[in-house]
Design a protein around this ligand. Structure first.
Ligand SMILES: *Cc1c(COP(=O)(O)O)cnc(C)c1O
Length: 389
């Protein structure tokens, strides 16, 4: 008699969106309504709901989190000759938008515990040309907001918060987005709240919001019945009513999503246990349950030389059918940035995290048993001898 293999467990991805039936019905309504985009009722309703979520501050929606940050820089008047300081550990969009407006990206290394920009190093990187800071709240973990805004005020710098991952995160009991200067969110499909693709910007006043609207749609201002003028160079960055309908549906579940993500994160810590770091040489994330929305659960692998992460990711997938991601490779080592003079050794903490960070599965429809499965798989692979990727 031949031994029967146990049934293969279904693939566990690191992220998966949840779109409920109410949302699907609302999208269907939009499609039947005949009004799919420009100035539609769903975008207006979504912006109004986001504004009340963020304490009444003006909010404008766009078609990506990337253009949202670019527009924030333009609204702040950042351009050629200006330096903007950011972190090397982010999605490359964060630095690309600085180049996009003609300014100069300046990196400051990360804090190895939070993996966010090190605020001491940020302050040391300020020069007379520095005009703005783009802090990134990696995995949904805010930086020390008191210290950030104290530095910004002392040096008269604008702040564009890259809160792409931080929808539902908070600082001292206040929502990220409800406080601060300009705050940019992404609604890309992996984010805690998605519109498929999209983003929103929280602004300080209606003048900034009006300017953001112009940059959003070709610089156009309309008045009267047929009056139209263009006085700034804008692009095509508006959100569709289809996307806004998805966003409105997601707003109904965001509280439950955020709570469930925290539950899963807690279970990750419980399952890894207090001796995991000492036994494996891996490093868990900061247990920031007061502030984080647990957008990502990331561990740092023990360094086993080149190919450490590729080998780990491959074995986790092949042996356990568990998916992972990596967020992110250090931006300054990309060719585009090397061509601008950046090189290895400049930001050692970012380079280490960029090589060794792995994102484990964490999404709304995951169960506690899925967490247990992921942790068992991680422990098993880490216990195996190192093999070449
Ligand atoms: C997702 C993300 C972006 C870009 O957002 P898009 O909506 O994909 O353009 C920027 N920064 C960070 C940190 C992100 O996670």
């Amino acid at each position: 008699m031949t031994a029967t293999l146990p049934p293969a467990l279904p693939f566990l991805p690191f992220s998966r969106p949840t779109i409920d039936e109410d949302t699907i019905a609302m999208v269907g309504e939009v499609l039947r309504s005949g009004w799919l985009t420009n100035g539609g009722p769903k975008v207006a309703a979504f912006e109004a709901q986001l504004s009340s979520y963020f304490g009444g501050r003006p909010v404008r929606c766009f078609n990506s989190g990337t253009c949202t940050m670019e527009i924030a820089l333009r609204v702040a008047g950042i351009g050629a000759g200006d330096e903007v300081i950011t972190t090397p550990i982010s999605w490359v969009a964060t630095a690309n938008v600085i180049l996009e407006v003609g300014a100069t990206p300046v990196f400051a290394d990360i804090d190895p515990v939070t993996r966010n920009i090190d605020l001491d190093k940020l302050e040391a990187a300020i020069t007379p040309r520095t005009r703005a800071i783009i802090p990134v709240f990696l995995a949904g973990l805010p930086v020390d907001m008191d210290r950030l805004y104290e530095i910004a005020a002392r040096h008269q710098l604008r702040v564009v918060e890259d809160a792409a991952q931080a929808f539902g995160s908070s600082w001292r009991g206040q929502r990220i987005g409800a406080i601060g200067d300009m705050v940019s969110f992404s609604f890309q499909v992996n984010k805690n709240l998605t519109t498929g693709e999209g983003g929103c910007l929280v602004l300080n006043n209606l003048e900034e919001a009006a300017l953001a609207e112009k940059y959003r749609l070709q610089g156009v201002t309309r008045s009267g019945v047929d009056d139209i003028d263009v006085d700034v160079l804008g692009g095509k960055y508006n959100m569709t009513d289809i996307a806004a309908a998805i966003g409105l549906g997601q707003m109904n579940t965001i509280a439950a999503v955020t709570a469930h993500r925290a539950l899963l994160a807690r279970h990750y810590f419980d399952c890894f246990g207090a001796d995991f770091e000492a036994n494996s040489g891996a490093q868990l994330p900061q247990a920031a349950f007061e502030t984080s929305n647990w957008h990502l659960f990331q561990i740092l692998l023990p360094d086993q030389g080149p190919g450490t992460r590729a080998s780990f990711m491959r074995r986790l997938k092949e042996q356990f059918n568990v998916g992972t991601g990596f967020h992110y490779a250090a931006i300054h080592l990309f060719t585009l940035y090397r061509q601008r003079g950046f090189h290895e050794g400049m930001f050692p903490e970012a380079e280490r995290v960029g090589r060794l960070t792995v994102t484990l599965p964490l999404f709304y429809e995951m169960t506690l048993a899925d967490v247990e499965r992921a942790v068992a798989a991680v422990k098993a692979v880490l216990a195996q001898p190192a093999v070449a990727a």
